[in-house]
Design a protein. Structure first.
Length: 477
């Protein structure tokens, strides 16, 4: 018989029956919310706001010291490129003057730990885009202007402008994010490659356009003189018993690229001159700086190789040294060698006035080709011409075209014509060419705008006459 269960005493279920709650859980406070509610973040922000007076100043000083040392380094590099002597005191003074200016700009324009604020009333979300845009424009402007200045301005202007422009350019790039910084550098690179600064002298290889003279010119580098560029008439076109004078050339800024002045040098060589320019023929982006010792090396090479093989037409008794700007100072030093018979200074002059004492050791005529009052070397050349000893014949030509002359124009422009006329007179005895300098009132060079003055040539003619008499007498005996 089945056992019966006891009757239930529960009147209602102990667990209520209902549908589950499908609503989302209530949002709980995060640790950040709890910290904000407790005031901890406000206290931290307040402490941060009170600290920047020390942190911002210290940060600005450290950065400014680094940028000032960059300014000093660029100043030294540029001065070493253009100057014959380093004036350390002036360099230190310029560096000291640059520091407070850099510090002031960095303090107000750099995004310190506090939010960067260029314009106080501008919304915070627009401050960073404004900061990036400001330094993007600054980078492009400083970079392009530096490229333009270093390739077209006079060396004195380059010495003054390059350090501050270089610092501004580098600082602007540092301030930007990667993308705008890269774009700004690409813009500057395109400006250089596209010829934006109208660099008349810079091309990737020497211009091989023909000159106006009777000879076709070749441009080459030879194994026995690997750091130089040779411009010469095609040897096959030179008569067997003929010889041609030699010109040793120093480039502006002492550049180690022999193609800097190719249009001008090809024009001169086409009239029958063997030219050795400092530096290699091809421009490879970077090149070493040259010095007067490069001219001496070329002079020794001429002495050793003239009259032999493919250089039978070189006349080592007629060596001229010439150069533009920094290359002119190289020519000055090389002209102290007794083998030099002529010195040509283009847009140049001594940077240190005390060095005029070297002129007492000169023994050959000197010619100055200057670019007028806007030529940064104008006063230097004028002073040097006035300081030459009375025993040194000299001529000075001025054409108001500035420091870079007309070297970048076809066939060297007016500078090419004037240089050839003077060389034809001095190195080949052309009397018609001589009249262009000794009688400037009727000179075609004067008609083209040249201002020509000369001195002490009468004494030189008397010495030449005496030498001719001595030679004739020795031949009779």
């Amino acid at each position: 018989m089945a056992k019966k269960s006891p009757p239930s005493t529960t009147k209602s279920p102990k667990i209520p029956l209902a549908q589950p709650d499908r609503s989302a859980p209530q949002k709980a406070n995060t640790l950040i919310d709890l910290a904000r509610q407790s005031g901890i973040l406000d206290a931290a922000q307040k402490a941060q706001d009170e600290e920047p007076l020390v942190g911002r100043v210290g940060d600005s000083i450290l950065w400014s010291l680094s940028l000032t040392m960059l300014h000093f380094t660029l100043d030294v590099l540029v001065a070493n490129q253009f100057s014959d002597e380093m004036e350390w005191r002036s360099l230190v003074v310029r560096t000291a003057q640059a520091f407070p200016i850099i510090l002031l700009f960095f303090y107000f324009l750099h995004p310190h730990p506090t939010p960067p604020i260029l314009l106080p009333r501008l919304p915070q979300k627009l401050q960073k885009p404004l900061h990036q845009a400001f330094f993007f424009v600054s980078s492009v402007a400083a970079g392009c202007y530096l490229i333009h200045s270093t390739n077209t301005d006079a060396y004195y202007a380059v010495m003054k402008r390059s350090p501050p422009l270089g610092v501004l350019w580098i600082w602007s790039v540092i301030e930007m994010d990667v993308v705008p910084a890269t774009v700004s550098l690409l813009v500057c690179g395109g400006f250089l490659k596209g010829g934006g600064p109208a660099i008349g002298l810079l091309s990737r290889a020497p211009s091989l356009g023909s000159g106006s003279g009777p000879y076709r010119v070749t441009c080459s580098k030879i194994r026995s003189l690997p750091s130089h560029t040779i411009y010469q008439p095609d040897p096959s076109t030179i008569p067997i018993n003929s010889t041609i004078p030699v010109i040793l050339w120093g480039n502006g800024a002492c550049a180690g690229w022999g193609g800097c002045f190719s249009k001008f040098l090809i024009e001169v060589a086409s009239h029958g001159y063997f030219i050795i320019a400092n530096g290699i023929p091809q421009f490879k982006g970077l090149f070493r700086q040259t010095s007067w010792t490069d001219m001496m090396e070329a002079m020794d090479w001429v002495t050793e190789n003239c009259g032999e093989g493919g250089y039978r037409h070189i006349d080592k008794s007629k060596i001229a040294v010439a150069g533009q700007a920094g290359g002119a100072i190289q020519a000055y030093t090389a002209s102290l060698d007794e083998r030099v018979k002529l010195t040509c200074i283009f847009n140049g002059g001594l940077l240190v006035p005390q060095n005029v004492q070297l002129f007492e050791r000169f023994h050959a005529p000197v010619a100055y080709f200057l670019g007028g009052p806007t030529d940064m070397a104008f006063k230097n050349g004028e002073r040097d011409y006035a300081k030459l000893p009375s025993r040194i014949p000299a001529v000075k030509l001025n054409l108001p075209v500035g420091h870079m002359g007309t070297f970048g124009r076809a066939q060297g422009g007016k500078f090419g014509k004037a240089a050839i006329a003077f060389l034809e007179w001095q190195m080949k005895g052309d009397t018609i060419a001589a009249n262009q300098f000794t009688a400037p009132s009727t000179s075609p060079l004067t008609a083209e705008g040249w201002d020509i003055v000369s001195k002490h040539w009468e004494m030189n003619e008397r010495r030449a006459g005496r030498r001719s008499i001595d030679v004739a007498t020795s031949m009779v005996q």
